[in-house]
Write a protein that binds this ligand. Structure first.
Ligand code: FAD
Length: 473
């Protein structure tokens, strides 16, 4: 009888343990994607991610077709869809690759119990992470809260396995289960269609992922350690959305890096391990996105300021590096890591707005919106996370801009109304002499906003607010 394979955050046919195992049985295979947003606690994906998912599914449909299988698209509760698929196809086996978001993992755990009660074989496989969060333990048997020992544990652990070959052919099972068309899943923005900027930047899907990896290793990896912090350069891999949707696995990336021994490759491996660390934290802290990891931070008195939040979201704060980042995000669905830190610090510390508001905005607008990396990074910046930036580290948006965007390439690209300002005033236009502003076509408050807060006053306010909740002060 047939084998059902569930495909969710593993939209690939290469290094896909569940799919390979199903193909190896030699029996008919029924691959199903389920858009399951109907279980308690499962977080619906954001608008930019939906756009990505649409295109990624399109690629997966084609790739599966090439090897002989047909992807069935469904919407609903996972357990109900699988039960329907078993009844319709007569399958006696269900395979899937493990998910680590706690709500999604709970859905899969319940599925396993449920189908086994019907004498159906259920088996899950690895793929998304090189370590199993439930298995990696500290010396005292707990979980890791600090990155460096976590990284050491990964490094001294078992070597990550080799990638699994894609099936060369699969015996497809046609017509046994009715599915939706891709358009019926309703993932694309319609009125208005705001996805032009995303289309220009990205090629969602497995082939796009491997092309990015290849180009990155050829062009940017050797200098990664230095150029990864310069937002005006394409110095990072851009693999994050591909990883988030499981179009490529860390096993494949590490295997491709095998022959790279320089400082760039060493740094890149450590960044990949931050992703593993975020998942480790999420697995052990299911409420990572709605509760502060350090409980005293839940008493923090955040300001409610809808106007300031909106100015931040639209890239109209009057701080050029922050605004450039927020506009890059809006246009492309991605923001450079350095600028994510600056923009997040500005929301939390300069505006004293709850980090959860920022996390939600990123969740909706990032193509790489990730259940682990997003909340873990926001808590890191807020200082409420496990291995967090110290609370007194408040990014100065002017100094950060001058240091990491010294030639102003980044700000000029995303805030073109400031493009004519000379470098020395580009990150602080309010200090430019009026004649120079006029010459550059800038009228503060009209063509570009005056700063919505004074950074130095905001910094003092934040320090006071933070000291009030810190029990260790
Ligand atoms: P590269 O530098 O090429 O790194 C390769 C991969 O390593 C990335 O794709 C990512 O999977 C991982 N990685 C790199 N840096 C980090 C990091 N600091 N933390 C965790 N993993 C990392 N990353 C997401 O994937 N999804 C998110 O939703 C997300 N939200 C963030 C929110 C904030 C406030 C901040 C400060 C960071 C966030 N990050 C998030 C982490 C980081 O900014 C992105 O992973 C990175 O910018 C992606 O670009 P890249 O693939 O070119 O990175």
């Amino acid at each position: 009888s047939p084998v059902i394979v569930l495909l969710r955050r593993d939209l690939r046919i290469r290094d896909n343990g569940a799919l390979a195992a199903a193909a190896d049985t030699g029996r008919p295979v029924l691959p199903i994607f389920i858009l399951d947003e109907e279980n308690d606690g499962v977080r619906p994906i954001g608008a930019a991610s939906r756009w990505w998912l649409h295109h990624s599914l399109h690629g997966l449909q084609k790739a599966l077709k090439k090897v002989g299988a047909e992807l069935v698209l469904k919407r609903g509760r996972t357990a109900d869809v699988v039960a329907e698929a078993i009844d319709a196809s007569g399958a006696d086996t269900v395979f899937w690759n493990r998910r680590y978001d706690p709500a999604e993992a709970a859905v899969d755990a319940a599925l396993k119990t449920g189908v086994r009660e019907r004498d159906i074989v259920a088996r899950s496989f690895d793929g998304a992470l090189t370590h199993e969060p439930s298995l990696l333990k500290t010396g005292s048997g707990g979980f890791y809260k600090v990155y460096t020992p976590f990284w050491k544990a990964l490094e001294s652990g078992v070597e990550p396995r080799d990638p699994i070959d894609p099936p060369s052919s699969i015996q497809g099972l046609k017509g046994s289960l009715d599915g939706l068309t891709l358009d019926e899943l309703g993932l694309l923005p319609a009125k208005p269609d705001w996805s032009a900027g995303l289309r220009e930047c990205w090629t969602p899907g497995e082939d796009g992922a491997h092309r990015r990896l290849h180009d990155f290793i050829e062009e940017s990896l050797p200098d990664y350690e230095r150029s990864r912090d310069i937002p005006g350069k394409a110095g990072t891999s851009g693999l994050s959305p591909h990883l988030t949707f499981g179009e490529i696995t860390p096993f494949q990336i590490l295997a491709a890096l095998h022959k790279s021994h320089g400082a760039g490759a060493a740094k890149f491996r450590k960044e990949l391990a931050w992703r593993e660390f975020s998942y480790h934290l999420l697995f052990h802290n299911p409420h990572l996105r709605d509760r502060a990891f350090r409980p005293e931070y839940d008493d923090f008195e955040w300001r409610r300021d809808g106007k300031a939040l909106k100015a931040w979201q639209r890239g109209l704060t009057g701080y050029p590096i922050v605004d450039a980042g927020m506009r890059e995000l809006w246009r492309t669905g991605w923001m450079h890591n350095r600028v994510r830190m600056i923009a997040a610090s500005f929301l939390i510390k300069d505006l004293l707005i709850d980090w959860r508001d920022g996390e939600r905005w990123f969740w909706d607008t990032l193509v790489d919106a990730d259940p682990a990396n997003n909340p873990a990074s926001w808590q890191w910046v807020a200082g409420s996370g496990a291995d967090a930036a110290p609370y007194f580290r408040i990014f100065n948006p002017v100094l950060q801009g001058e240091r990491f965007d010294p030639d102003g390439d980044y700000v000029r690209r995303w805030v073109p109304e400031l493009a004519k300002l000379p470098d020395r005033f580009l990150h602080k236009p309010w200090e430019a002499p009026p004649a120079l502003l006029a010459e550059s076509g800038v009228t503060l408050g009209e063509t570009y906003p005056a700063p919505i807060v004074d950074h130095h006053a905001a910094r003092d306010r934040a320090m006071k607010a933070y000291r009030a909740v810190r029990s260790d002060e």
